[in-house]
Each structure stands twice: as structure tokens, then as C-alpha cells.
Design a protein around this ligand. Structure first.
Ligand code: NAP
Length: 337
């Protein structure tokens, strides 16, 4: 085990923020994860498992315990009528998507361009354009997961109890992808549509359309695009009860809404913008809202404190205007983790 000390965490996050980890270790195998956890347990150190760093905020004070950065690699493709892909937790998520799309395997093409590693996807139940990881997930090690919107048991009751080592997905073949979101339908139509292409070509076309859409909103990591020093969406879309939504819609007739499990989903981006926080908004110098997407908070060369102050300012503004308290999507890592 190659243990490092006082390691700056900022380079390991898409925000580029955070102080130093007291201890830091890269784990490329199950044995290395076991050894690292044993080391932390013996010394009563808090431990935190890091993947791609695309959904995490480390404090400026850093982390007083042990950071385990998962680098478990390997992608195994199993062809068949229902093809499967098995990947190590440390594999870059989009690399997995790039591996399956040219084969015409469908099920994750709408999740193209999402930053982060494979191991993070079941924790977050990553989703985009109506497709989510829970639909294709076969196994996460040996655990059974109860998934909800951008949620899973790993994130709540069992938070911190399990380390995801490997993920297996089951995909489909010889089928054209189903496109559920109108914006993506329009983007696909702009590339010629799916009618006259083969199923394999169709999967590739959807990936191409998703990447173009995400890039137009600065949602694909790009060192040349300062808007991408972010964690994508900073707030999840709230799901309101039917009664609470009816009350809101009386006051805000033009509010967009979508049916969701347990109620009515309202886009958090709409709430943010209509609470007085437009794209490009900046309060202090160090953090701001992306110029391309109202849900993405961006590090503009400041500190974690700047970013979290902005997050609280936006949250308070939305709560004051709409009576809705937004939940953060990224995890803010505090020492008790
Ligand atoms: P968008 O298309 O501008 O839509 C705004 C919101 O309305 C989204 O929150 C989406 O909910 C909802 N929505 C739109 N059309 C819908 C439909 N036909 N059925 C149900 N809900 C609908 O959203 P966007 O921000 O550009 O993102 C596009 C997709 O990529 C979304 O699915 C979004 O979740 C995903 N995405 C996620 C992240 C992240 O960091 N988690 C970052 C970028 C994009 P949903 O969010 O529930 O889909």
C-alpha cells in the first residue's frame, strides 16, 4: 500500500477545490481497499472513498483522515442476446460508454459524456434524458440496491458502509434507442434522425447528439471551458406532493413540471433562475453560476468556502421565493464522514 501524506485534493475534483488529505492512497484492487480500510480502522481515522471527484466538495481545511481513491480498472464485454459489460469501479464512465456504443449495445448512450467513474454511478443512480443506471444494472458486487431519483441506499441508510468495487450492466442489442426527451429528439432529428439508419448506427447517433447537447451547456469536462470547473447540477430537482405543486402552480402559472415517483418534479434550474439567480450570476469573486446552465455552480478561482456561500445564497433565495428547500447533489465532505 503506497500511503501518501498531506496530499492536495483539488486536482482530484472537477471543481478544483479543497485542502489537503492527511493520508491518501490509491486502491487498484479489492485487497488494496481492504488494506486501506484496515489501516484507517486501526488508527480510528475517518475514511472517504473517492472516484472521479465529479460530485464532491472538499472543504478548504481538507480531510483529516484517509482518502481512498479507487483506481480498480478493467472492462469485460460479454456478447450475447442481452450483452453485459462488467467494469472496475475506477474505470472512467464515458470510457465504458465508448466501448459499448460502437457495438450497437443500447442502454447507456444517453449517459454519454457524464464525468466520473463507474463506481460512482450506482451511488448517484446517474441519469440523463430519461435513462438511468438503475435500468441496466445487474450487480454492484453482491449488493441489492433500492433506487430512487438520483438516489440509492448507498447514499442514505448505507452511506459509507460499502465500497463499490465493480459494476455489471445488462444492455440490449439490435434495437434502436428509445428517446424520451423532446430536446434530445430534436437534436437527433438534426443529425438526420433514426428512421433510415441501422440500430448500431442509431446508438452512435444518439451518443453524438447527447455529447453535442451537453457540450452546448458546458456539461462535458473541458479544460478549455471554465464553466466545467463544476460538479454539473448542484441541486437536485425537487419532487413535490400534488397538493404542494397545485399551490405553487396557482402562484406561478408558467412553472414547468413533470410527473415523478411520489409526486410532481419541478426543474431546480427554473426555480434558481426565477429566484433571481440568472446564468452567469456572481456574488463574490470566487464562485458563480455557469454562463450556460443555471444549475451548475462554478469555481471561478476561489475557495470551497466561496462556493458553499454561493450555494447557501441560492438555496436561501429559492426558499424565500418558493418555500422549497433545494437539496445539494454533490457531497460536501466533512471530517466525520
Ligand atoms: P433540461 O432538458 O433543460 O430539462 C430541465 C429539467 O426538466 C430537467 O431537470 C429534467 O429532469 C426535466 N425534464 C425535461 N424534459 C423532461 C421530460 N420529457 N420528462 C421528464 N423530465 C423532463 O435539462 P438539462 O439540465 O439540460 O439536462 C438534460 C438531462 O441531463 C437531464 O435529464 C438532466 O438530469 C441530465 N443532466 C444531469 C446532470 C447532473 O449533474 N446530474 C448534469 C447535466 C445534465 P431530469 O433532470 O429529472 O431529467
Amino acid at each position: 500500500m503506497e500511503l501518501r501524506e498531506h496530499v492536495p485534493l483539488a486536482p482530484y475534483t472537477t471543481f478544483g477545490l479543497g485542502g489537503k488529505a492527511r493520508y491518501f492512497v490509491e486502491c487498484g484492487s479489492e485487497d488494496e481497499v481492504r488494506a486501506a480500510l484496515a489501516y484507517a480502522a486501526e488508527r480510528r481515522l475517518p475514511a472517504y472513498v473517492l472516484g472521479g471527484g465529479s460530485n464532491v466538495v472538499f472543504l478548504d481545511s481538507g480531510f483529516p483522515g484517509l482518502i481512498l481513491r479507487l483506481t480498480i480498472g478493467g472492462i469485460e464485454l460479454r456478447d450475447g442476446p442481452s450483452p453485459e459489460v462488467r467494469a472496475g469501479a475506477g474505470v472512467d464512465w464515458d470510457t465504458l460508454v465508448q466501448n459499448v456504443v460502437p457495438r450497437g449495445w443500447t442502454g447507456v448512450e444517453c449517459l454519454s459524456g457524464i464525468p466520473g467513474t463507474v463506481g460512482g454511478t450506482p451511488i448517484q443512480n446517474v441519469g440523463a434524458y430519461g435513462q438511468e443506471i438503475a435500468e441496466s444494472l445487474v450487480s454492484v458486487e453482491c449488493l441489492e440496491c433500492a433506487f430512487g431519483y438520483r438516489d440509492s441506499r448507498f447514499k442514505r441508510a448505507d452511506r459509507g458502509r460499502y465500497v463499490v468495487l465493480e459494476v455489471t450492466l445488462r444492455l440490449a442489442r439490435d434495437q434502436k434507442p428509445r428517446i424520451r426527451y423532446p430536446e434530445l429528439q430534436r437534436a437527433v432529428a438534426g443529425l438526420g434522425g433514426l428512421d433510415t439508419v441501422t440500430p448500431t448506427e442509431a446508438v452512435g447517433l444518439v451518443r453524438q447528439a447527447v455529447l453535442a447537447l451537453r457540450r452546448s451547456k458546458s456539461m462535458v469536462l473541458d479544460p478549455a471551458d471554465p464553466n466545467t470547473r463544476s460538479a454539473g447540477s448542484f441541486f437536485t430537482n425537487p419532487v413535490l406532493s400534488a397538493a404542494a405543486f397545485a399551490d405553487l402552480a396557482q402562484r406561478w402559472k408558467e412553472i414547468p413540471s413533470f410527473p415523478a415517483d411520489g409526486g410532481v418534479k419541478v426543474p431546480a434550474a427554473w426555480l434558481v433562475e426565477h429566484a433571481g439567480f440568472p446564468k452567469g450570476y456572481r456574488s463574490g469573486a470566487g464562485a458563480g453560476i455557469s454562463t450556460r446552465h443555471a444549475l451548475a455552480l462554478v469555481n471561478r478561482g476561489g475557495t470551497s468556502a466561496d462556493l458553499l456561500a454561493l450555494a447557501e445564497e441560492v438555496r436561501a433565495g429559492v426558499e424565500k421565493q418558493f418555500g422549497i428547500r433545494l437539496a445539494y447533489e454533490p457531497e460536501v465532505v466533512r471530517s466525520e464522514t
